[in-house]
Write a protein that binds this ligand. Structure first.
Ligand SMILES: Nc1ncnc2c1ncn2[C@@H]1O[C@H](COP(=O)(O)OP(=O)(O)OP(=O)(O)O)[C@@H](O)[C@H]1O
Ligand SMILES: [Mg+2]
Length: 409
């Protein structure tokens, strides 16, 4: 029974999902507790009403506690919103003993963080993208190597301090300490990307209700991240406007009859809805609905493409784009994405789940499952040098141990 227990709370614009999992054999996650609740008090990935959001978090946590039988005191929590930004930075230090040790790596990462970050922003992640020793680049495991000068390329993700604090308060209201915030696309990436894709070069794009989150992986590491404040809710409100329906009905119509490609539906096919204030049901052509959806989804993919180009890595993604998030459940979406962005695309959901997983078998839960995978990643020393900054990992694994101790029944 001393296998570690980890907890993730995915605070999405559409749903809040708390998961409790046991780490089996040091690698596999068995889901023991699930608490999924429709969100309130969130817009475009950020909290706009603390009390409403805190109530939903509390309900979701209670459900997960009830199903798992564990009391939750701390959790990894997802973070998104257009207030998140990222920069790449380089830290340079002298190698004191002539052979690189963990202390040198720590100092190099500290040096990389010494960029001017305004006081109203908080550093969320410092991720190493590779090391350079005496000018030789492409080094992934520097410890034990000889040299005089160590450089680290780091990807630094920051967020608006006040927005982060609001989120912390929402979770804190249920007596839960945030052991680590994890940026949405990094969590999703952990859940759906294969190691081969990461090595080749790939972008993971999570389209949820209120946000579109992207992370670019090249040579196995994260090189770029971004959060756009646009998602499936925009598709729904376009449908509501275009077909003159209340939002709830527009959402229903989208899930039932939606298609992301006009060319994918029969031009004669119709469905029936009762419009705003209308007495008699109206018949609507399905192609009209597809038209509205295609226009908005195409715009989202254009924005993603623009961001990929802006990052400068557009030529480095032979594995293309991996799509996830609830909005990718719509038919025809993969083809549209591939057409607009001109790269191969696949739609992915979390794999190899065991335990209480019936509700989680969907692209909508990639971030939720990814939070748990992230906890696994930071607690694994084998990944430690390879994929993460050592200092951060040491702290996190201590935090994690601490968290696990407190979580044990
Ligand atoms: N079958 C479906 N067809 C089309 N859209 C769908 C389908 N199922 C869910 N969606 C859409 O997916 C979105 C919710 O996705 P998801 O659960 O990933 O969002 P979230 O994580 O709560 O939000 P975010 O991450 O953006 O803050 C909603 O806009 C919903 O309409
Ligand atoms: Mg999400």
């Amino acid at each position: 029974m001393d296998e570690p227990i980890i907890v993730g709370i995915d605070i999405g614009t559409s749903k809040i999902c708390t998961l409790v999992a046991r780490v089996e054999d040091g690698r596999n996650l068995r889901i023991l507790g699930v608490g999924i609740e429709p969100s309130q008090g969130l817009r475009k990935g950020t909290v706009v009403d603390i009390n409403a959001a805190a109530n939903v978090v509390s309900r979701s946590v209670e459900k997960a506690e009830r199903t798992s039988g564990f009391e939750i005191n701390a959790a990894l929590v997802s973070l998104a919103g257009s207030h998140v930004s990222s920069i790449n930075s380089r830290g340079v230090v002298g190698i004191t003993s002539g052979i690189v040790d963990f202390d040198d790596i720590d100092r190099a990462l500290d040096a990389a963080q010494a960029v001017a970050i305004p006081h109203n922003r908080e550093i969320i992640h410092v991720i190493q993208r590779g090391f350079i020793i005496d000018g030789q680049d492409g080094i992934r495991v520097p410890v034990g190597m000889h040299g005089y000068r160590l450089e680290v390329e780091a990807h630094i993700i920051t967020a608006a301090a006040s927005t982060v604090e609001n989120l912390r308060q929402c979770v804190g209201a249920s007596g839960i300490e945030v052991s680590q915030f994890v940026l949405n696309p990094l969590a999703s990436g952990e859940a759906v990307l294969s190691e081969t894709e990461r090595q080749m070069g790939v972008a993971v794009v999570d389209i949820g209700g209120g946000t579109t989150d992207m992370a670019i992986y090249i040579d196995g590491d994260v090189w770029h991240t971004m959060v756009l404040a646009v998602g499936g809710n925009h598709v729904t409100s376009d449908i509501a406007h275009g077909l003159r329906l209340p939002i709830s009905q527009a959402e229903e119509v989208k899930l039932k009859f939606g298609h992301a490609l006009r060319s994918g539906v029969n031009p004669e096919e119709q469905f029936t809805v009762r419009s705003f204030g209308g007495d008699s049901p109206t018949r609507i052509k399905r192609i009209e609905l597809a038209n509205i959806i295609e226009a908005r989804m195409e715009e989202i993919y254009q924005l993603v493409l623009q961001e990929i180009r802006r990052s400068g890595y557009d030529g480095l993604l032979p594995a293309g784009v991996v799509l996830t998030g609830g909005s990718n459940l719509i038919a025809g979406n993969r083809q549209l994405a591939s057409q607009v962005m001109g790269v191969p695309a696949r739609v992915a959901k979390p794999q190899n789940l065991i335990g209480l997983v019936d509700q989680l078998d969907s692209p909508a839960f990639s971030t939720s499952i990814g939070l748990l995978e992230w906890a696994l990643l930071i607690s694994e020393t084998s990944h430690y040098i390879d994929r993460q900054g050592p200092k951060q990992v040491q702290n996190w694994s201590e935090q994690l141990k601490d968290l696990l101790k407190r979580l044990l029944p």
